[in-house]
Write a protein that binds this ligand. Structure first.
Ligand SMILES: Nc1nc2c(ncn2[C@@H]2O[C@H](COP(=O)(O)OP(=O)(O)OP(=O)(O)O)[C@@H](O)[C@H]2O)c(=O)[nH]1
Ligand SMILES: [Mg+2]
Length: 389
């Protein structure tokens, strides 16, 4: 009787019993699945890797025996996963055709309270125009864009100890920002940045006492971050949020600088008033939207067109001190996906994909959805080929 290994094909959720002998390599297993898949026929074996027990990636040129796969008690699961770069390219390709709404002009307040230097930036000035050039895929995933040195700048605001750093780390899928676990002292004392390759997170301890001038100087804190990808505002249930200051911040970001605003209820299980905060976020964001049709909800994320979005998350496992009940991470993958869908302009999508590139959990857990969402681009490509015959 021939031996076989059960392999789960992550992008389609199909399962296969793959036969093997002593000479079979990991590469052979991958090729077998590619041939057998009916959901993704003619798929390229080079786009995938094999993962054992949800953790270790197996070298493709080793044999099943060398990898220890014939010792069945070692195997909890064998998953055939898509390489992150392949998923990123699928997103970029399909976004061009599918996810791109025509860019709507962002409302601009007539009275300008704070001078801006938008006019110096050809990139940002195009936000308020109706038409957008659709660039090629290679342009998006290459260095060939307008962004200086390909740097990405992300603003993070919110009161002390609300979970700003924990959120950054969860979104990136790796420790970027310092998180202090014990005591009342908070880590972020003044505006500082955390860096992940050439991605900069501009972190600030709070905006409670802020005036317009403070907001302006915060956003201008570095010449380099004058065109940030987006602004995250975090509030955790139980923490004190001054809505007036938040509104001033949103006015500045949305009206004056066209910065995409992401309002997040962090540490959502810390208190039941998470829904109240989310409702306040929703009311605030509605102010910047002309038509209620631009507002939609998907997977717990509320989208406000090109203005921003809001949601609630649990960035890391939460343990209730009274009941000892545990709540696993929640809402992070959905937030990452929501932003992936929201960034419609070339350098924004490129910047965001590089920010989340190391978030293995996201790329693993969301690959079926990414394949589903980007499937139409295959159909379009196929119909183009047929038309050209
Ligand atoms: N379980 C759980 N704990 C969280 C969450 N967010 C933050 N925390 C905890 O709350 C504390 C503060 O989190 P930080 O991420 O350091 O908060 P911060 O806003 O960056 O704090 P400062 O930089 O000091 O202003 C840490 O003990 C975190 O582990 C969350 O979503 N879930
Ligand atoms: Mg912090």
């Amino acid at each position: 009787m021939s031996k076989s290994l059960c392999i789960s094909f992550k992008p389609t959720c199909e399962s296969f019993d793959v036969p093997y002998n002593s000479q079979t390599t990991i590469d052979d297993l991958i090729k077998y699945v590619c041939i057998q898949s009916s959901v993704l026929p003619n798929t390229n074996p080079n786009d995938y890797y094999l993962m054992i027990n949800k953790s270790d990636m197996l070298r493709t040129n080793q044999t099943v025996e060398a990898a220890g796969l014939d010792q069945l008690d070692r195997i909890v699961s064998l998953d055939m996963c898509t390489k992150t770069r392949v998923l990123m390219k699928r997103i970029v390709d399909s976004r061009m055709q599918l996810w791109q709404d025509p860019i709507k002009p962002i409302p601009t307040k007539t009275q300008q309270t704070i001078p801006t230097d938008q006019s110096n930036n050809p990139d940002e000035s195009s936000v308020s125009t109706n038409k957008q050039q659709i660039p090629s895929t290679t342009e998006v995933l290459s260095n060939d864009n307008n962004d200086r040195n390909n740097e990405v700048h992300i603003l993070i605001c919110g009161s002390p100890k609300v979970g700003k750093s924990t959120l950054i780390n969860a979104l990136c899928g790796c420790p970027v920002a310092k998180v202090k676990t014990i005591g009342l002292d908070h880590c972020t004392q003044k505006t500082s940045y955390y860096q992940l390759d050439n991605i900069y997170f501009w972190d600030t301890p709070g905006i409670q006492q802020w005036s317009n001038i403070d907001i302006d100087s915060y956003i201008n804190s570095s010449k380099r971050c004058q065109t940030p990808l987006c602004m995250f505002y975090c509030a955790s249930p139980g923490s004190f949020t001054k809505l007036k200051q938040l509104e001033m911040l949103l006015d500045e970001c949305i009206y004056q600088r066209h910065i995409f605003c992401v309002l997040v209820v962090t540490n959502m299980f810390a208190h039941i008033n998470r829904h109240a905060i989310l409702n306040e976020f929703k009311t605030l964001l509605s102010k910047y939207i002309d038509h209620s049709q631009q507002i939609r909800e998907e997977d717990g994320v509320f989208y406000y067109g090109h203005v921003g979005l809001c949601t609630m998350v649990n960035s890391r496992e939460y343990v209730d001190e009274d009941t000892n009940r545990r709540q696993s991470q929640q809402g992070i993958n959905e937030l990452v996906m929501a932003l992936t869908k929201s960034f419609s302009r070339t350098h924004q999508l490129d910047g965001w994909l590089r920010t989340i590139e190391k978030n293995t959990l996201f790329w693993l857990e969301k690959q079926e959805e990414i394949f589903r969402l980007t499937k139409k681009s295959d159909d379009i490509c196929l119909s183009e080929i047929i038309q050209n015959i």
